[in-house]
Write a protein that binds this ligand. Structure first.
Ligand code: SAM
Length: 193
């Protein structure tokens, strides 16, 4: 992924994260690639969740570089240990492809988000064109096996709407320097419907 980040993905992340404000929750934060990209202003509290222990440890280490130090919580996106209506922003980058139950993760994101909150997402998604989608379906199983559980063919944008969000803004693009099956990208903002 390093080549993709250097070729423009990091800039897309940074641009998306300019929309983060108030109490911010990032789900499946991995080792914290987004950490240095959050704006300095406008964020009251930053909470990261990550279920995989080795990643959460790296995230813990990195988190200490920021002040105030963000909270790192070991939890799956499908079962968030937070109150209803408790965050102003939920961030998901390259996570909804991997979570075991995407609908449950999105329901949880909706539950913890305040009614005037925003979901910021950057996800690789199902191809719009039939040939691209067929290719993703063909490669889904082998890719999942080598890609740490990543599903290359998920129709994530319709799933966001189905979970009770309205798309405020969505931009389609491509993940630079990525294999064809994980190239279609959707970056956007969704609000509670
Ligand atoms: C491709 S990585 C993306 C990491 C980070 N969000 C980023 O943008 O670089 C996918 C992440 O999803 C996490 N993940 C897998 N299953 C998850 C689940 N059920 N709930 C939350 N995160 C999960 C993985 O541990 C990993 O950190």
């Amino acid at each position: 992924m390093r080549a993709s980040e250097d070729a423009g993905l990091r800039d897309r992340r940074r641009e998306l994260l300019t929309g983060a404000r108030g109490r911010v929750l990032e789900i499946g934060a991995g080792t914290g690639l987004n950490l240095p990209l959050y704006p300095e202003q406008g964020i009251v509290e930053l909470v990261f969740t990550e279920p995989e222990e080795p990643m959460a440890r790296r995230l813990d280490e990195r988190a200490h570089a920021r002040s105030p130090v963000p909270r790192v919580v070991r939890a799956p996106a499908e079962d968030l240990p937070f109150d209803d209506d408790s965050f102003d922003t939920v961030v998901s980058t390259l996570v909804l492809c991997t979570v075991g139950d995407q609908d449950a993760a999105l329901r949880e994101a909706r539950r913890v988000l305040k009614d005037d909150g925003r979901l910021l997402f950057l996800e690789h998604v199902r191809a719009d064109d039939a040939a691209g989608a067929r290719r993703q379906d063909r490669w889904h199983r082998p890719w999942r096996a080598i890609g740490h559980g990543c599903n290359c063919n998920r129709a994530t944008v319709p799933a966001i709407e189905k979970a009770g969000f309205r798309l405020e803004h969505v931009e389609r693009g491509t993940v630079p320097k990525a294999p064809k099956i994980v190239r279609p990208l959707a970056v956007g903002v969704a609000v509670p419907a």
